[in-house]
Design a protein around this ligand. Structure first.
Ligand SMILES: Cc1ncc(COP(=O)(O)O)c(C=O)c1O
Length: 482
């Protein structure tokens, strides 16, 4: 029998799904998957509900309800001075994910090169490949995840068709600097490439900075597609209402790809979003302020516990460099252990690289209620090995009434005594099981002993832990963003 597409067949389950499932199994606080746990503006929901009861629930126009396209055009004019014709320069899609897929299918011809910047959002590469393109990854450099403009220049070729930027960038927590956007713009002009800019976190830029769309830079309007998401603007990620704006010549082809993907998007949600874009900018400003406080609060807890927190200028995410901890293993193992033993789920940054990823950074989502962040916040000063374990049995850790019980010493980041083992204190049954699964029965004890030595050794002298071949993919040397 013929096999299905190897592009998708070869993909694993996404790391978000894997970690969320693990978090559920262990009743852990889920700071892995990037979604807020508070709802959006009530009136936006009300408008969508009213439309559902009273509006026309048949297929809306392919490019989206005109009322939403007009609201998107007003939003871009008001926020960035970008003039859009709602009839030809705006396409509404089922989430930014579909906007990106439709744009890549519309822009990329087989063999075209698409420049992407790592660490990158997980849908980009499969869709570039499916469109017949060749992803050309360029690594951003920690701790700021800065762009090396020279490297960008070296990766350009006469096959470069699209430069795909994500600003602010998930998972880096990076709001691109104007000089970096300029470098992308001049690269695009040099090789006559189109810039596709994923700006779903456009309203989540912190520290008094303002978001600058690359489309607003000189000469970039005619060659840039800008992608937005109501799910991110209004903290309603399940709504999956997105859009693409840009020149009519490009939007018309994106609309053609969109017509064969989803064709359209639920009209009541479009109506709610249209109202929100016109009336809820105060709510959006408040969301930004509140998320900035959460970033600071959660980050301060991590730093107080000795974690090396990387800067986050935007998005929902904070990254921690494990080099500042006693953990000498890989990020994926760290996240698994953190979930199983300490009850907090995070995402290994290595999942966001095309190949040879760095293995020592993990991402936390701070877009959660303050009580949830407090429950997950590290306590003590023994390094970020763990957080609170959600009480079991009892209410779910993130649900209403979720309160941590038990001694504050129990299972927090610090146990009150130096860590003799990698995870502090005696190994739990779960971790023994995990080590057996990961390393095989014979190596598990050796691994535990090595972890103990690693915990006590200064970072430069930490021994490498034994691991079972094939468990952690990639033969990348452990190191700093090599
Ligand atoms: C960078 C980035 N782009 C696109 C998306 C997808 O947005 P949507 O939910 O609107 O499809 C996400 C969602 O997490 C994201 O982080």
């Amino acid at each position: 029998m013929r096999q299905p597409s190897t592009i998708f067949a070869s993909l694993g389950t996404t790391i978000f799904e894997t970690m969320s499932r693990l978090a559920e199994q262990h009743a852990a606080i889920n700071l892995g998957q990037g979604f807020p746990d508070e709802g959006g503006p009530a009136e936006v929901v009300e408008r969508a509900a009213a439309f559902l009861r009273e509006g026309n629930n048949q297929y809306p126009p392919l490019a989206g309800l005109l009322s939403l396209r007009e609201a998107i055009a007003r939003h871009e004019e008001r926020c960035y001075g970008l003039a859009r014709d709602p009839r030809t320069e705006v396409v509404v899609t089922s989430g930014a994910t579909e906007a990106l897929a439709a744009s890549l299918l519309a822009l990329v011809q087989p063999g075209d090169e698409v420049i992407v910047f790592e660490p990158l959002y997980d849908s980009y590469v499969p869709m570039i490949l499916r469109a017949g393109g060749v992803p050309v990854p360029i690594r951003l450099h920690a701790p700021e995840f800065s762009l090396d403009a020279g490297e960008l220049g070296r990766k350009l070729s006469d096959k470069t068709r699209v430069i795909l930027v994500n600003d602010p960038q998930n998972p880096a927590g990076k709001a691109w600097m104007e000089a970096e956007l300029q470098a992308v713009a001049s690269a695009a002009l040099d090789v006559d490439a189109i810039v596709l800019c994923d700006e779903v976190y456009e309203h989540l830029v912190f520290d008094g900075r303002r978001h600058t769309p690359i489309a607003a830079l000189p000469e970039m309007g005619p060659r840039t597609l800008k992608v937005g998401s109501a799910g991110k603007v209004f903290s309603m990620t399940g709504w999956k209402v997105g859009w693409v704006t840009g020149p009519a010549a490009l939007c018309s082809v994106v609309a053609k790809a969109h017509q064969y993907l989803t064709f359209t998007t639920p009209p009541n949600l479009q109506a709610g979003v249209a109202w929100g874009l016109d009336h809820a900018s105060g709510w959006v400003d408040e969301l930004r302020r509140s998320l900035e406080h959460k970033r600071d609060h959660f980050g301060a807890g991590l730093r107080a516990a000795g974690a090396k927190v990387l800067p986050s200028g935007g998005t929902y995410f904070l990254n921690v460099d494990l080099a500042g901890t006693s953990w000498a293993g890989r990020d994926a193992d760290y996240c698994r252990d953190l979930t199983e033993r300490r009850g907090v789920a995070a995402i290994p940054l290595s999942a966001f690289y095309v190949s040879s990823p760095p293995r020592d950074v993990v991402r936390f989502c701070f877009a959660k209620r303050r009580a949830v962040l407090d429950a997950a916040r590290p306590r003590g000063a023994h390094g970020p090995q763990g957080c609170c374990r959600a009480p079991r049995p009892g209410p779910p850790p993130c649900g209403p009434g979720a309160v941590r019980r038990g001694s504050p010493r129990e299972g927090r980041w610090g146990t009150g005594r130096p860590r003799a083992r990698g995870w502090g204190g005696a190994a739990s049954k779960a971790s023994v099981r995990r080590r057996r699964t990961l390393y095989g029965a014979r190596d598990a004890a050796a691994h535990r002993r090595a972890a103990g030595r690693a915990a006590l050794a200064p970072p430069a002298e930490r021994p490498r832990l034994p691991r079972r071949a094939g468990v952690s993919a990639g033969a990348a040397p452990r190191g700093r963003w090599s």
